[in-house]
Design a protein around this ligand. Structure first.
Ligand code: UDP
Length: 316
């Protein structure tokens, strides 16, 4: 199969490219390298440098003919989306419209999209399944939800079949060390822990220790990026078999606290990790854990990394 991976030089994208190459797919990466890295490109994959805002280049690339497109080229920083919604509207919404229009014009009928647990907003029950109400509480989550809705219309009107993969907390790196580029100015817990371990940051600021959880810190569902990548391969295959469009949560269903992440990092490095407790971060739910039963049943997806220590080991 011939797959176009848009955003294939980024964190999750490069892991998806690796998984596709291992599944013997022919892969082309389309990336503007705004946050992705050249060193994340695989020699076996073709590369087109381009932005999803450059409609002409996108359509021209798609005219090469692909069995499937994977779109992981959206902006992903929650805080930034609230401060600079224009940037997120342009990249995430106009970018999605461009991708769908280019697919429509070039006749490509299968799209796998990296969505997010942010489409749910504050959890009303746990674990969160795909039937949970959709009430994003930040602009980033709104752009993911609107992208899903756009795909649903292009399915109805243009026959483009899609799968939206709603990631919970993506974490870890390729265990073979094939992905080397790290996000600059990371905002997520694990990459920040890595910077503290490497001495690039003095300490980890823990956002709140007065939550109603087992140790007072927030509980999240960390899922290994290689497991996420595997789900994309399964989702493409399923759509190519002619199955209908679908939406899946991807998480391990294991809730892990921030303190437990810190303890795992300390165990892996054998050194104490300096931390400081600060105020809660606005918009953080106390607990966010996925039910991924639907992905297990329909995609045959099963995460291999179930212990936080094993995930943290690949990050550090
Ligand atoms: N967190 C923290 N300090 C940081 C970054 C994150 O205490 O510097 C906490 C955050 O409050 C949340 C968890 O770590 O409970 C995961 O946060 P992250 O931003 O990685 O992902 P989110 O759950 O917001 O998608």
């Amino acid at each position: 199969m011939k797959v176009l991976v848009i955003g294939g030089a980024g964190y999750i994208g490069s892991h998806v490219v690796k998984a596709l190459l291992e599944a013997n797919a022919s892969v082309t990466v389309y990336d503007d390298l705004s946050t992705g890295h050249k060193i994340n490109l695989f020699a076996k994959a073709a590369f087109v440098e381009g932005s999803i805002l450059d409609y002409g280049r996108l359509e021209q690339t798609m005219r090469q003919g692909f069995d499937a497109v994977v779109h992981l080229a959206a902006k992903k920083a929650v805080g930034e989306s609230m401060e600079n919604p224009e940037l997120y509207a342009e990249n995430n919404l106009i970018g999605m419209v461009n991708i769908l229009n280019a697919m429509s014009k070039s006749g490509c009928k299968v799209l796998v999209f990296s969505s997010s647990a942010a489409v749910y907003g504050m959890p009303e029950y746990l674990p969160v399944d795909e039937n949970h109400p959709l009430n994003p509480i930040n602009f980033y989550g709104f752009t993911k939800l609107e992208s899903e809705r756009l795909m649903a219309w292009y399915d109805r009107l243009k026959g483009i079949k899609y799968t939206a993969l709603r990631y919970f907390n993506a974490a870890g790196y390729d265990p073979d060390g094939a992905v080397k580029g790290r996000d600059s100015k990371p905002q997520n817990l694990l990459p920040i822990v890595k910077e503290v371990v490497d001495g690039q940051r003095e300490c980890l600021l823990i956002f709140g220790n007065d939550y109603d959880t087992r140790d007072g810190t927030c509980v999240r569902d960390y899922v290994h990026v290689s497991d996420l990548a595997a789900a994309h391969v399964l989702a493409i295959r399923r759509l190519l078999e002619g199955r209908p469009s679908a939406v899946y949560n991807l998480g391990t269903s294991n809730g892990v606290t921030v303190k437990e992440v810190v303890a795992a990092a300390e165990k892996v490095t054998g050194k104490p990790l300096p931390v400081r407790y600060v105020d809660r971060r606005p918009g953080d739910p106390a607990v966010l854990v996925a039910s991924s039963k639907k992905a297990e049943t329909e995609l045959g997806w099963k995460p291999r990394y179930m212990r936080i220590e094993d995930i943290v080991k690949t990050e550090l």
